[in-house]
Design a protein around this ligand. Structure first.
Ligand code: SF4
Length: 400
């Protein structure tokens, strides 16, 4: 096995009890019986960082065992969650106080609850985060996916997280099999970019180097929503991987359909990592033009190609200290759009949004079979109720 530690994301389930307007995963759950087992997790390589995600990871009743196993091979673990299963989150954090928790909060209360479709979603998330802070957990924070609807809440939410001494992770809309989406797109780019610009200036004002690099990440998000080539190369599948609930190892979660390097249920890590299939996926990554800008693919790139973000940070922190603000118009595309040299239609065409494309979900045949005659959200609601929790079922517009 390779001696080099990797960056891994483990998608422990595709079941999700939220109803987010930008993600249809709740309609396409995995069958619990098929979800990645402890035996398969034992076969993963050494990692310097692991993100556990879903679906909603805490829907799995054995998540503590999963974490226990992953700590044997990973230096740092962060779980992304919708914050619904407060008691389970608290219980897990009591055993693993060093773990990171990111709770998705999509804006202030009204906006969040509209976008996520979880009853009392904001209050639950906020209460959970506060409890975790009171327990002395250090690595906790908000995760926000910015879109037209919640962009005005971006800086206010950042300020709340800052006052609570929390991390604040951002993303924007993406289309892929993982989100079971092909139609996500930012409609009012200048408005959304302006809110990112304000956030960048807030982050640059801080005394935390980590926040200055976050400022660079958010600068990259402006570049992304204007459908531009990534600011940094994408090296997914070289020293980074995703594994899905079925044991399929993939480069990332940003592709239109799932790209499989091998299967860890059936193969050893070395067999799949050095296989011809894995090499073929790496060749595809080299010429991938989807230009995602998600923390999972950008964080490793920022570490690997540190000079570019570091130079940006030094320049902009100095400017901020001199009272000069960051402007999105330092990106040529923002100037071109403002000056009418490029149209909205041209940018839309360059994005991954495609109303005609087939929507892929990455499900196994058995999971898809289980959906015959049933809605994914009803299957998950029954599941959640059988676990002693209330069903979501409060009807987001997103449910077709
Ligand atoms: S740009 Fe990178 S992260 Fe995005 S789909 Fe392509 S390979 Fe995956």
């Amino acid at each position: 096995m390779t001696g080099k530690k990797l960056n891994g994301t483990v998608i422990v389930t595709y079941r999700c009890n939220a109803r987010c307007s930008m993600c249809n995963r709740f309609k396409a759950p995995s069958r619990p019986e098929e979800e990645i087992s402890i035996e398969t997790i034992r076969k993963l390589p050494k990692m310097y960082f692991t993100n556990i995600t879903g679906g909603e990871p805490f829907i799995r009743t054995d998540l503590k065992e999963v974490v226990r196993e992953l700590y044997k091979k990973s230096d740092r673990i962060v779980i992304s969650t919708n914050g619904f299963f407060t008691d389970r989150i608290i219980d897990l954090c009591q055993e693993f106080p060093q773990i990171g928790i990111r709770i998705s909060v999509e804006g202030l209360e009204k906006t969040n609850d509209e976008i996520r479709g979880l009853s009392e979603g904001y209050q639950r998330s906020y209460t959970t985060l506060k409890k975790l802070r009171e327990m002395g957990m250090k690595d906790v924070g908000f995760g926000m996916t910015v879109q037209d609807k919640n962009a005005p809440d971006l800086v206010p939410l950042y300020r709340i997280s800052d006052e609570m001494g929390m991390e604040f992770a951002t993303a924007s809309l993406h289309n892929s099999f993982y989100f079971v989406e092909t139609r996500n797109i930012i409609k009012d780019r200048p408005m959304v970019a302006k809110n990112f610009e304000d956030l960048v200036n807030e982050l640059l004002k801080s005394y935390s180097p980590k926040k200055w690099f976050r400022a660079y990440f958010n600068h990259g998000l402006i570049n992304y929503i204007y459908s531009q080539p990534r600011l940094l190369p994408c090296d997914m599948s070289f020293d980074t991987f995703f594994i899905d609930p079925y044991g399929d190892v993939m480069p990332c979660n940003g592709t239109q359909d799932k790209e499989v390097m091998g299967n860890l249920n059936r193969q050893t890590w070395d067999e799949l990592w050095y296989s011809p299939e894995a090499e073929a996926v790496r060749r595809k990554v080299r010429c991938c033009d989807r230009n995602c800008w998600m923390i999972g693919s950008v964080s490793p790139a920022m570490h690997k190609y540190i000079t570019k973000p570091a130079m940006w940070v030094v320049k902009h922190k100095l400017k901020s200290m001199l009272g000069m603000k960051y402007s999105m118009f330092e990106l040529p595309i923002c100037r071109d759009y403002r000056d009418g040299k490029v149209t909205k239609e041209e940018l839309d065409k360059r994005s991954t949004c495609d109303f005609e494309a087939t929507i892929n979900d990455g499900l196994s045949d058995d999971s898809r079979e289980a959906l015959k005659g049933k809605r994914g959200e009803d299957i998950v609601d029954d599941d959640v109720v059988s676990q002693g929790y209330e069903a979501t079922g409060n009807g987001n517009d997103n449910i077709s």
